[in-house]
Design a binder for this molecule. Structure first.
Ligand SMILES: *Cc1c(COP(=O)(O)O)cnc(C)c1O
Length: 461
């Protein structure tokens, strides 16, 4: 056997990367107030801001786009989309939405009321926001290993099942309208949940007679981790593992911008006909008719094909290996990262990377600016800029719970030499980390400030 895992595709259409110099980038990032969200993407060499909607579609998906039927009602594109989801996940009622958060909005509008609690292994931020806007609480119950950045436990995305049972006993089932598992756990570092854990959580839900939902955004990556890491699963086809995962669930929400391999789209699924009827009524109000749900027919066709391509094992072997490759080489270069490498991203441990900076000096922002200036990389801070708070009365800044910088890998977009370049840039910045200046926020919005905030560096040495 050869040790090199090649990209299992050839490239027939390319996008030019506009090369820039370090001087140019220093000027551009200063003009962007040191916030990489404000940069024009044409000024970025390797864009690792997100893996959401940034993937490359296949020739078969582009062909499917041409086949898209734009009938308002009953389009064959919808039936192809519905069949792909049903063949994979087995749900009876499948409701298309324009992206994942629209599915969440519909689900929680119907199932959640003020005072409710929705437990999860780790809610994604749009999921949390859609629960909180109902006046309910989004409760994270990650397993103990999931809280330790350095632990190499294979299933750090697991839920703490005993904590879930204790929550049911304490609050009573009336206040818990549903339980959710995010696979893989995005907020927790793209870490997978095991099939055994999914089964244990589903069993607690059955015991207390409450629906079990899966936030399915990266279901295929999670299924492949189960195949690689869970005892007795190595010989199982990924499709069979996916079927086993979803057999446990009463429904799911999905962003097709992740493991749908599409640039837009999502869906909500359930087995409950009465709930599906309510969901479709709300869909018509906010998204569109139930056979398009805020999407064009061509988008539905692109997702129909993408869902079959994402469970191809050659694709998943390459996907997980290429993210792992970045993580392993950064680790070898001494760069502190959240271990083990996740499915869709590598998270730099910014507190250790820039250990000379306190959380309020925004070490994650310092690293993001540094990566852009040095090598034209765009990454995202997940730290005090994103999750810290300014006291509205005193104006005093409060640090976030942890300091991370995420390097998210778009699907089928970058080759190994791009990733080798990323490794060089990150390792290069790590070598000169002592020179990273601290940053402070000079302008911020009241909500989701990290998207638009202006920063300024402290005096550079
Ligand atoms: C991206 C994401 C969502 C929201 O999906 P959008 O398509 O961005 O609205 C929900 N949950 C998880 C885990 C995600 O990664």
């Amino acid at each position: 056997m050869f040790k090199t895992i090649i990209e299992p595709f050839r490239i027939k259409s390319v996008e030019r990367i506009r090369m820039t110099t370090r001087e140019e980038r220093e000027r551009l990032v200063r003009a962007a107030h040191y916030n990489v969200f404000t940069l024009a993407s044409d000024d970025v060499l390797i864009d690792l801001l997100t893996d959401s909607g940034t993937g490359a579609m296949s020739a078969m998906q582009w062909a499917a786009i041409m086949r898209g039927d734009e009938s308002y009602a009953g389009s064959p594109s919808f039936y192809r989309f519905e069949k792909s989801v049903r063949d994979l996940m087995g749900f009876e009622y499948i409701i298309p939405t324009h992206q994942g958060r629209a599915a969440e909005h519909i689900l929680f509008s119907i199932m959640c009321k003020a005072g409710d609690v929705v437990p999860s292994n780790g809610h994604f931020d749009t999921t949390r926001a859609n629960i909180e806007v109902r006046g309910a609480e989004a409760l994270d119950l990650p397993c103990a290993e999931g809280k330790d950045l350095a632990s190499i436990f294979p299933f750090k995305g697991n839920m703490d099942v005993e904590a879930l049972r204790a929550t049911f006993k304490k609050l009573g089932r009336e206040r818990i309208p549903l339980v959710m598992m995010t696979v893989t756990n995005n907020s927790g570092g793209g870490q997978p949940a095991s099939l055994a854990n999914l089964k244990a959580v589903a069993a607690v839900c059955r015991e207390f007679e409450r629906p079990f939902y899966i936030d399915a955004c990266r279901f295929a990556e999670n299924a492949y981790f189960i195949k690689l890491r869970e005892p007795g699963m190595a010989e199982q086809p990924v499709r069979a593992i996916v079927a086993e995962m979803f057999k446990l669930a009463d429904g799911c929400t999905m962003s097709a911008k992740k493991d749908g391999l599409a640039n837009i789209g999502g869906f909500l699924a359930t087995r409950d006909p009465a709930l599906a009827r309510q969901e479709k009524d709300l869909l018509i109000l906010t998204e569109g008719f139930p056979t398009y749900g805020g999407l064009a027919g061509r988008d539905l066709d692109a997702i129909a094909v993408g869902l079959n391509e994402v469970v191809e094992e050659d694709y998943l072997a390459y996907r997980i290996a290429s993210t792992g490759y970045l993580g392993e080489h950064l680790t070898k270069a001494g760069v502190p990262i959240l271990q083990p490498p996740g499915g869709h991203a590598i998270y730099l441990d910014a507190a250790r990377f820039a250990a000379h900076l306190a959380p309020l000096q925004l070490p994650g922002i310092a690293i993001c600016v540094g990566l852009y200036e040095l090598g034209g990389l765009r990454a995202v801070e997940i730290g005090t800029a994103m999750f810290g708070r300014r006291d509205p009365v005193t104006g005093k800044e409060q640090a976030g719970p942890r300091e991370l910088v995420r390097l998210a890998i778009p699907r089928r977009v970058y080759t190994q030499s791009h990733i080798d370049y990323v490794i060089e840039v990150v390792a290069g910045l790590y070598a000169e980390r002592a020179r990273l200046p601290g940053y402070r926020i000079v302008e911020q919005a009241a909500f989701l400030r990290h998207f638009t905030a202006h920063y300024a560096p402290e005096q550079r040495s």
